[in-house]
Design a protein around this ligand. Structure first.
Ligand code: ATP
Ligand code: MG
Length: 307
């Protein structure tokens, strides 16, 4: 079964995109077939992977409007073993353009229907709002990952988000089930961070990932190089944390096999991986790297060799 996660929090700057990009990269490196779908008009996930938002031929905007299939809009980074549907600034208008359209909340769900058996994970990077884009992501998803910044008032706004999740579940998507929180920008040295974690864990018992993402400057530097942390500073604390988060998620979603059966889930790291390039650039992702199927997926060993 494909696990589709909306990475959502209407609060801005809490680590949604950082989590979407780096979790995707580590899930992919573990051998999972991963599609990262950028549904934010800011296009930060796309830029973080070296994609020039001004040059993408087709994006999640066209996918949402139904003029192209997700497969047509998908770029493939073979070294990262990662597929991505980039965003475009035009997405900002989609909410208005879709007003009056029938079943406008189901657009993404319908579009992703055909992709289901091609991926183990589809991660959707949502914008900082609870508008139609996020509602489309929640309607398409079977789980929500909520990055929560370890700061004062961290819980503020979470009740509104969980109410929205509940409403979507009741009215649009009964399968929307798992709600998991990732604590981000965690600073072990401050008592405040520990208090915030304790408070969030009290309200969301059993829903908070054991792995906390530390505040780490390497995580904020990697996007400017157009690569995930795995390819920029693989041994940094931020990288190790996203590696552990991917492992934790895989263990929850794909419980280990019974003893005596081979356990093949291992996350390794690579030293350097070039950014995903523009379709039109000379050394970039060309039409041939757009993929309509998963044939181009590499094994972890191949990635390690290529890196
Ligand atoms: P938006 O709501 O605008 O989409 P977001 O929730 O996606 O924001 P990010 O863009 O992931 O948040 O992160 C906000 C800023 O904080 C970025 O500059 C990012 O590089 C930085 N950042 C995110 N996580 C960390 C971290 N763990 N340590 C240090 N910096 C981080
Ligand atoms: Mg973002």
């Amino acid at each position: 079964m494909t696990r589709i996660y909306a990475i959502a929090n209407q609060k801005g700057g809490v680590g949604k995109t950082t989590t979407a990009v780096n979790l995707s990269a580590y899930l992919a490196l573990s051998g999972k077939r991963v599609l990262l779908l950028d549904l934010d008009p800011q296009c930060n996930a796309s830029s973080s992977l070296g994609i020039d938002k001004g040059k993408v031929a087709s994006s999640s905007y066209e996918v949402l409007l139904g003029s192209v299939t997700p497969a047509k809009a998908t770029l493939k980074n073979a070294k990262l073993n990662l597929s991505i549907v980039p965003a475009s600034p035009a997405l900002a208008a989609a909410e208005i353009e879709l007003v009056g359209e029938l079943a406008r909340e189901y657009r993404l769900r319908q579009a992703l229907g055909a992709e289901m058996d091609k991926f183990d994970y589809i991660l959707i990077d949502c914008p900082p709002s609870l508008g139609l884009l996020t509602v489309n992501a929640l309607t398409a998803a079977n789980g929500v990952l909520i990055p929560v910044q370890c700061e004062y008032l961290a819980l503020e706004g979470l009740s509104q988000l969980t109410r929205t999740v509940q409403l979507v579940r009741q009215r649009l998507n009964p399968q929307l089930d798992v709600r998991r929180l990732v604590m981000t920008m965690y600073d072990t040295r401050t008592a405040l961070a520990q208090q915030v974690v304790a408070e969030v864990e009290k309200f969301f018992t059993g829903k908070v990932f054991k792995t906390k993402i530390p505040r780490n400057v390497r995580l904020s530097e990697a996007p400017s190089h157009g690569v995930p942390i795995i390819a920029y500073a693989p041994s940094s604390p931020g990288s190790q944390a996203y590696r552990a988060l991917a492992q934790e998620l895989i263990e929850q979603d794909f419980p280990p096999p019974e003893p005596n059966q081979p356990d093949d889930v291992h996350v390794t790291s690579v030293d350097s991986t070039p950014p995903m390039q523009q379709p039109s650039s000379s050394n970039g992702v060309s039409a041939s790297t757009r993929t309509d199927d998963n044939a181009a997926h590499s094994t972890p060993d191949e990635i390690a060799q290529n890196a």
